[in-house]
Design a protein around this ligand. Structure first.
Ligand code: NIG
Ligand code: FE
Length: 411
């Protein structure tokens, strides 16, 4: 791989002359930029960046940013990229008045995706997931998390995780994998939920960890899924097998899942549409990241997480897409950025920090991703010429990405 030179950027965004810590409070709103700059990459890594006047004369591959902005790629730290088919039937049901939770109670929702996934051949799952991966890369995603959780039995969960492993191998973007066997109680275990929890603890978690198929353990802690006590057991089992928690909590109800997740040292607590007054102090001063997924309440027409309050309480905030067939059939991080500004009242700087560097921290990829820093991966978004940074979330739905570079190569 030769050297790549990106020249004539109007602005380099999220430049790290010294590596930045996890961002919270006032720092969440500080976004370092360098006007009029270049980036030089070699062997997939950033070798140098600086003012245009100091740019090298030439390189093997040169890209003229033509006055566009250059950002690090998004780090999408919460997705369900691997799933079979789609669920637009439920979308129509919701328009006609059914709620997401009601659909789940009737055996639809996640269970619908599980039924479909179980009968879908591995090869087909690969194809569908790979197409989605390429789609989101085109929207600037340069690293992501993918989950299991639509198998809900040992065989189908392992099938999903093998697809995830394959994706990891073929993907130009680094991927982290979470085991979400505890996504919901499968239909055949409805009246014997303890047995499903036992199956997870005794069989699935040891197999998944033993085969090295996951980096994290996830649990959906919610009335229509698992209780905090069940999550406690599951995270305990995960810990025994070296899986750190990244969990779904407080999407529709505050059941106490945040406290349980923190007890187990969760890397992140994701969703948080509903946060109990007593839960803010728990998160304050900790290193657990609040990962907000505004596409889900957008799509479910639900209320949004209290981002302003979280930032005020010095709790680090990340943003992710939650790409999944039920609550967010979109993996578009530019749209997430716009939602974060419009609906969560985050500033463009806070939102970009949340979608890049804090997202990288939420995947423990901060030494590799999330900023324009010497030694980090050369994963870059080059925009069309835009008047300012705020234009990016402002111009929602418009296609302001001109090029995406992954590991120093055009995608
Ligand atoms: O993060 N809430 C649980 N899991 C997903 C939705 C899954 C589905 O409906 O298929 C979420 O929103
Ligand atoms: Fe999710």
């Amino acid at each position: 791989m030769g050297a790549l030179l990106v020249r004539n950027a109007a602005c380099l965004v999220q430049v790290e002359r010294v590596r930045r810590p996890l961002l919270r409070g006032a720092a969440q709103g500080v976004l370092p930029v360098l006007e009029n700059g270049y980036v030089l990459a070699e062997n997939g890594r950033i070798l140098a960046f600086g003012p245009s006047a100091e740019a090298p004369e030439r390189a093997d591959l040169e890209i003229d940013a033509k006055g566009g902005f250059v950002l690090p790629c998004w780090v999408d730290s919460h997705t369900h990229l691997i799933f079979a088919g789609s669920r637009e039937g439920e979308f129509a049901d919701r328009i006609n008045g059914l709620s997401y939770e009601e659909i789940a109670r009737r055996g639809g929702g996640i269970m619908n995706s599980a039924r479909l996934l179980r009968e879908t051949p591995e090869e087909k799952l690969r194809e569908q997931a790979y197409a989605r991966l390429l789609e989101v890369q085109g929207k600037g995603t340069g690293a992501m998390e993918v989950k299991s959780g639509y198998g809900l039995n040992t065989e189908a969960e392992l099938k999903m995780l093998r697809v995830a492993r394959w994706l990891k191998e073929v993907s130009k973007a680094p991927l982290k994998v979470s085991f979400l066997g505890a996504h919901t109680i499968p239909a055949d275990y409805r009246d014997r939920r303890e047995e499903y929890v036992r199956l997870l603890v005794d069989e699935m978690i040891p197999r998944v960890a033993g085969e090295g198929l996951a980096d994290y353990i996830d649990v959906f802690c919610e009335k229509v899924a698992f209780s905090p006590a069940e999550m406690d057991l599951l995270l305990e089992a995960g810990a025994k097998h070296g899986l750190k928690p990244k969990v779904h909590v407080n999407q529709f109800n505050a059941l106490g899942g945040i406290g349980v997740a923190l007890k187990h040292g969760a890397v992140s607590v994701d969703h948080l549409e509903v946060v109990g007054e007593e839960e803010f102090p728990l998160l304050k001063n900790g290193s657990t990241i609040a990962t907000l997924l505004p596409s889900a309440p957008f799509f479910l027409n639900d209320h949004y997480p209290p981002a302003r309050r979280l930032i005020r309480e010095e709790i680090p905030v990340a943003l992710a897409s939650d790409y999944n067939p039920g609550s967010s059939p979109s993996g578009s991080m530019p749209f997430v950025l716009s939602l974060a500004c419009v609906k969560l009242r985050m500033t463009p700087e806070e939102a970009i920090n949340a979608a890049t560097l804090n997202g990288a921290y939420a995947l423990e990829l901060e030494s590799e991703c999330g900023g324009i820093a010497v030694g980090k991966r050369a994963d870059l978004i080059i925009t069309r010429p835009v008047p300012s940074l705020a234009f990016l979330p402002y111009a929602f739905g418009s296609d302001w990405i001109a090029e995406v570079i992954l590991q120093g190569e055009r995608v």
